[in-house]
Design a protein around this ligand. Structure first.
Ligand code: SF4
Length: 314
């Protein structure tokens, strides 16, 4: 006679399964929130800077790094929801760097079902030939890349070129320019290309790098390492990255505040005569209650106490 056996569930196992299910649900919820946040921030940047208009053809530059994968993914989601029509074409420039895996991006893009173009140009050899060993190769390499991408945009009929730079790239560039270049200059969210023919956009301008990092992990993007060219990492940029990480840990909100400051500039309170007509400034006799209060402290720098002694007692 046949006997049937029933698996007995021990209470400890049931409890462990429950916990695992709860954990999985929590992760799914977090991932969903992350996707929504990315869509919201990218949509907001597109709207704030009028980056994409009806009828545009947007060429998304795809390097194989986490940021450009995230950009393409989010733009494709937004295109589905947008009240306007725009086209997307993904472009990768294969610079013939040693060990670059040429099959990864075509396979990924074919599966995604997006129009794409792979441009094969051996800029690696040009850079190696022209730049002496040990010198930084990035500036020539990016100049060559830029020229090629502009030409490809022309050939594909794309009027917008989208790059995957995010909030942290913009801030790092801002600090690099300030600390090492004596300039108050970041990385624009939207600009005219230097050949005057295209508009370059950075739809991820409001997105934190840690979000693109997590999104890449969640989505399992087939990342292609970015150090194939053998160029040394920019030490100054590395320092700035470290500084921002430390601020974020020690002073929550500081990095956000600096980023907000980039969209809230008062040229009359800086010192660039090209931005504000200091030389022609005259008192016109008209009171302006919203104007500058020349001798007042800025509210954020006004201490209410001096150490533990109230200011009034000093
Ligand atoms: S890191 Fe390498 S690929 Fe990137 S810009 Fe520099 S030289 Fe070019």
């Amino acid at each position: 006679m046949e006997t049937t056996t029933t698996a007995v569930e021990f209470p400890a196992n049931v409890e462990a399964q429950k916990l695992a299910r709860k954990k999985a649900e929590k992760i799914a919820l977090e991932n969903n929130k992350l996707h929504k946040r990315l869509c919201r921030l990218v949509g907001q940047a597109i709207g704030d800077f009028n980056m994409i208009e009806d009828g545009d053809k947007v060429m998304v530059c795809l390097s194989g790094g986490k940021d450009s994968y995230a950009l393409l993914d989010i733009l494709m989601t937004l295109r589905e929801r947008a009240p306007i029509h725009f086209d997307i074409v993904a472009v990768n420039l294969d610079q013939k760097q040693p060990n670059f895996p040429p099959e990864i991006l075509p396979a990924y893009l074919t599966e995604l079902g997006v129009a794409f173009h792979i441009e094969n140009q051996d800029t690696y050899s040009i850079v190696k030939r022209l730049i002496p060993e040990g010198k930084t190769t990035c500036s020539l390499c990016s100049r060559l890349r830029r020229g090629i991408l502009y030409r490809v945009a022309d050939e594909l009929g794309a009027n917008k070129i989208a790059l995957g730079h995010h909030r942290d790239d913009i801030l790092e560039t801002f600090f690099l320019n300030m600390f090492f270049g004596g300039k108050l200059k970041g990385m624009p969210a939207k600009l005219q290309s230097d050949d005057g023919k295209h508009i370059v956009i950075r739809p991820m301008a409001y997105v934190k790098e840690e979000d693109t990092q997590r999104y890449a992990e969640v989505k399992g993007f087939p990342i292609i390492p970015c150090d194939l060219c053998g160029s040394q990492e920019n030490l100054q940029r590395k320092q700035i990255k470290g500084l921002m990480r430390e601020w974020d840990k020690k002073f929550p909100g500081r990095v956000e505040s600096i980023f907000s400051a980039l969209s809230n500039v008062a040229p009359s309170h800086l010192m660039d005569p090209k931005l504000f007509g200091f030389k022609d400034l005259k008192a016109d006799g008209l009171a302006n209650p919203m104007g500058d209060i020349a001798f007042d402290e800025e509210p954020c720098s006004t201490p209410t106490t001096f150490g533990t002694i109230p200011l009034q007692a000093l």
